[in-house]
Each structure stands twice: as C-alpha cells, then as structure tokens.
Design a protein around this ligand. Sequence first.
Ligand SMILES: [Zn+2]
Length: 391
Amino acid sequence: MKRVSQSLVVLLIAVLFVGCTSEQNQYKMGYIKGKVFNSNGNRSIGSAKVQIDVNGDVFLTTTDHEGNFLLQAPVGTHDLVIYTGKGNIFRTVISVNIEEGKTTDIPPSATKLNQVANLAYIPGSFDKIETIIIDSLGYSATQLSIADLDNLSYLQTFDAIFLNCGHYSPLDSAKYANLAAYAYSGGSLYASDWAVAYLTGDGYYRPGNNVGTVRSHTAADNPDKSCNDELGGFISPNDLCTEKIGSVGLVSGVSIVDPNIQNLLNSNQLDIDYDLGGWEVIQTINNWQILLQDNTHGYGPLAARYLYYNPANYIQNGNWVTICHIPPGNPSNQHTITVSINALQAHLNHGDFIGPCQQDGNILFTTFHNHHQGNLSRDVYSILEYFILSL
Ligand SMILES: [Zn+2]
C-alpha cells in the first residue's frame, strides 16, 4: 500500500508539472484514474502517455512503472488519448466524463492499448522478438523474408520492422537502399546484436562477383570487418560501427540513461546477461541517443536510438500528428505530444510546431538479445516490451 501511495504522489507531481497553471486556472477540474494494459490485458504498460486536449490546452501525464495514471483535467466530456511512442502504432481513444472535484475510475477493459498500424519482422537464428510482440503483448506482426527487402512499397505498408539477430541470406545494395528509403520515409526499425548488419553492413555484403553468395555464420566465412573497411549498410561507420568481440556473461550495473526506462523499472540500473559470445560491441557511435550504457566493464553504450526520418513525415494516418506543444505562459515546459488533426490548428495558433521538441530516433539498436538461450531477466523483458511500444 505504501508503494501505491508513493506512486500516486509522483503522478500528482507529474500532472501539476505538465499542466501549467495558466492552463488550469480557466477550468473547473476533476480527476480520472486508471491503469493501462496490453491487448491481452495481462501486462501493464508503464511510461505510456495519457492525455486530454481541450482546444489546445493539454492535460498530460505518464503511467508509472505499474501502468497507473491519475490525471487532473477540466470538467466535461473529453476524448482521453492513451499512446506510446509517437502514437502512430499504439493508440487508444476513449470518451470520458470528468466531474468537478471528483475522481472517475476508468475500467481496465477501456484502457487497453490498441495496435493501429502494421508491424513486421524478419526471423533470425538467435532472436525472436516476435514472441514478445505476439505471444506476450498480444499484438500482431507479419513475417517477412530477406527477399521482401527488394519491395519498398510492400515494406512501407508496415510502420515498424523488427530485424532479428542471425539471418543467413545475403543482403545487397538494393536491399540496403530500400531499408534506407523505408527509414527515411518515417518507418521504424529495430535491430538486435548481429542484425546491426542490416544497418551498417558486414561480411555478407561484398561488391563484385561475391554478391548474392550465401555464407555460413562461422568466423572464417563472416569476417568481422574492421571499422575502417565495413562493407554495405546505409548508416555510415562514422555514426555506428560495431565489432563481434563481446564476451559471454553478466554485465552488471548497467546505467539506464533514458528517463522513460528509469520510470519503467523504477531504477537507474539493471543487469544484462549476455548469453552468447561474439556479440556486437559498439566501437564508434555518433548522432545516436544512448539509452543504456555500461560504465564498469568497458563496453560503453548497449542500446541506442538513431534519427533517420525526414521530419516532414510527421502527419500520421491522415488524422494524427506529432507536435512540440509549447504551453502559453509557460514556454519552458514544452512537450512532444501526438494530437488529433482536428486540434492541430489550435496548437499552431499558440506557437507549436509539427515534429518533436527534441530529435527522437526511429532506428533502435540493442547489443543484447531478445530471446533467451540463457537468462532473459524480468527487467530486460520489460525493456524489450517498452522498445516495441516506443516505436
Ligand atoms: Zn500546443
């Protein structure tokens, strides 16, 4: 009980922080309270945004690590929007009625996070992110083959594509070009460990006669090119280069840099068990947002996000748009939010702009696995769920 009351206090502070006084003073206020769940209703969703927009005045909070929220908002009937990431893949809109000075409870059946866009994945040998997307979270994802990377218009029917560690079909310049075009047009990519090859290239890609040759995953057949002669890929080695030199074992005390993940785990550290040797250790990283960082074992960044999209692609599904909301009278308290296209003009009128307040990457890379040959801890599992939902 003590723990619950503490998180309610944190939520209250968050609400007061986000809803600036000038936005609150004009209204009679009440509260709504609830808990956000996945599609199956068996997993709570932490670090989800919960928001009411009244003619451009935004009342916003974030769910705590157990998925709970308590939002103070104006009296009346409003659309409550629950979403994660940029809101283009996972979003739920429900009508709520708020009464003055009262707290209205929303039933859990109404606060399940809906999937509103298509996901896809390419299978790997060492990872199965699809088991977390489909079996654990209860969402859907379409299986793609490496050959599907030749068809850009097909790729663009998916809002995110998950690339698992350990594919053994060749990539080539056309496939890399399509991955680049897909990401630049706003599609999200997730890659785990050796799947960094989709982003930066590796020994599979050789110019000349060897293109198209399928190789095994042995070291002799898949030489780990140095960062000076990496081949293929669409992200420059100056921005990301990795080497397959990680050791099997527990990396303890990893620093959680990302505040949403800190909120999710209610901690600023976690342990990650690297179950297979030869994992991709980051050697060079520039222009990435570091999410998890090892400071004690010499490995450095372990998960990061990279911005590759064109900001002009922010209008989503024709009906929702991600903006930087700059509260009138409190401009330093700006927030990246997703709003209905119907509300956009009210926001533009008080000086908001389309796109995020800060750069927010659409390519996610983790050096660790998502499928447990060894031990996938509860913390790592939670982070992987968060990564899926944050795209
Ligand atoms: Zn605004």
